[in-house]
Write a protein that binds this ligand. Structure first.
Ligand code: TYD
Ligand code: MG
Length: 457
């Protein structure tokens, strides 16, 4: 007999409660708990008479299957996914509305279709005409992509069962629905049930499944974090409105490294790969101004030079303002506190603004030194030499600590024509990284923040 069961699910974090309550105890959000009905013909068989069967154990030692990956023809995507798409894998692509998810996936789809792979693009958001208009704009109208506009998962599954699909794109998972679940499309229950059915099919038939997921105001894939656990790879497509750069970032990857990024530029005719992102991010830099320092960073396996801009100005408020775009504001507070405590600088009467130029978000502690340089430069109104880069982590006692992959950072700086680098001292002593002497770059090793001041006298 079909029984109806009711549960109360938090739309923010997916926690389940037997009764309604105003506040979710798991994520502490208010008014996010919604009643969801599931028609169940006995989901939970535990406790029933039905017995399981014996599972087989095998030794850990053995040959593992190697994956033959599908190359999309878009190098940035292949790199982010760990060298191409693994058949049967499920990739969740999250991002703000309008950032370019549909554009990116249509380009991927067309790229694969042109190599004789059966590709299916199912849009639940746009009508066929809208997708065609986009394809025309991208000059991909002739690609042999199979296109449908549908939202009923039951129909989609039945159709895909009969195909030899190599790749399927669902744009977006929040628009799909399964009639068994009585809540509205986009609710946690629906998203989870639809994703579950699609993932099961992808594993069974061995196609690559892309799920597009919207992002909430908090910057998480809408509603269900649970979705992130169900899929093999989670990619975030980010970028600032008003900037043309788009970053595709792997935050989870069962088949490759995380933190890998792909850089794209949104142009008139779609997303174009950026081969040399450092040059792009530094393109609009003005030389010889105070408050600017170039940071030699690493994103994934790739070096990336970005300009860090600081503005320190007298404050009109009793509590001075600290505003950060693209970096961690707690880390800025820490760097300022260290400069105050160890270098006798005083920021208490100053507002401090920090910006990573180009709309990039960086999270490396290695940016500490470059941030400190930019802040001091703005406070003293003395510019740093324009051809210098900096990297290094700052400790609470003011010491400057070594960071990973220094050689790669320096190599990139040299490639882009920089002639000097301010770096942590341990670097020179690190025997593994002796390749340094081959560079034309002059490296200035600084052990303590107190010595930074010398650069501005
Ligand atoms: P879209 O892929 O629809 O975003 P999403 O699926 O993430 O919501 O991209 C929409 C934006 O991209 C839209 O503002 C227009 C812009 N765009 C271009 O600049 N160039 C292009 O070639 C295309 C197709 C879109
Ligand atoms: Mg879209």
């Amino acid at each position: 007999m079909v029984k109806k069961s009711t549960m109360f699910v938090c739309q923010n974090c997916g926690a389940v409660y037997p009764k309604w309550q105003g506040k979710c105890d798991t994520c502490n959000e208010w008014n996010t708990i919604v009643e969801e009905n599931v028609k169940s013909d006995g989901f939970s068989k535990l406790g029933s008479k039905k017995e399981g069967h014996i599972i087989d154990f095998v030794p850990l030692k053995g040959t593992a299957q190697t994956y033959s990956r599908l190359q999309t023809g878009i190098k940035e995507i292949d790199r982010v996914t760990g060298g191409g798409l693994v058949p049967g894998s499920v990739i969740l692509v999250g991002g703000d509305p309008g950032i370019g998810k549909s554009t990116l996936l249509l380009q991927v789809c067309a790229g694969l279709a042109e190599k004789n792979n059966a590709c299916y693009y199912i849009s639940g958001e746009e009508a066929i005409d809208q997708v065609r208009i986009r394809a025309n704009r991208l000059e991909l109208a002739d690609s042999p992509v199979n296109l449908a506009s549908a939202t009923d998962i039951r129909n989609i599954i039945t159709t895909l069962e009969k195909t030899e699909a190599k790749e399927v794109i669902i744009d977006s998972i929040q628009t799909m629905y399964l009639d068994e679940v009585e809540s509205t499309p986009g609710s946690v229950g629906q998203v989870r049930a639809c994703a579950y059915e699609l993932i099961k099919l992808a594993k069974k038939k061995g196609f690559v499944l892309f799920l597009v997921g919207h992002v909430t105001k908090q910057g998480e894939i809408a509603g269900p974090r649970v979705l992130e656990h169900m899929v093999d790879t989670v990619l975030y497509f980010e970028g600032e409105r008003g900037h043309h750069f788009r970053i595709l970032r792997a935050v989870k990857n069962r088949y490759g490294a995380t933190d890998e990024i792909g850089v794209f530029e949104m142009q008139d005719k779609g997303l174009v790969e950026v081969e040399n992102p450092s040059a792009l991010f530094l393109a609009e830099r003005q030389g010889n101004i105070s408050g600017s320092c170039v940071f030699a960073g690493i994103e994934g396996s790739r070096p990336l030079l970005v300009e860090i801009q600081a503005l320190v100005s007298p404050s009109g408020y009793s509590t001075p303002k600290r505003a950060v775009v693209g970096w961690d504001s707690n880390r800025l507070s820490m760097v300022l506190a260290v400069l105050e405590a160890r270098c006798s600088m005083n920021f208490s009467a100053h507002d401090v603004y920090l910006n990573i130029a180009g709309g990039l978000k960086i999270s490396e502690p290695a940016a500490d030194l470059a941030v400190a340089m930019a802040v001091i430069s703005s406070l003293t109104k003395k510019p740093l030499p324009a051809d210098m880069v900096a990297f290094g982590e700052i400790g609470l006692s003011g010491e400057i600590r070594a960071v990973a992959q220094s050689n790669l950072r320096l190599k990139e700086a040299q490639k882009l024509g920089f002639s000097g680098a301010i770096i942590p001292p341990a670097f020179g002593k690190d025997k593994k990284e002796k390749g340094l002497k081959n560079y034309d770059l002059s490296c200035y090793e600084i052990g303590h923040v107190q010595r930074l001041i010398n650069w501005f006298n």
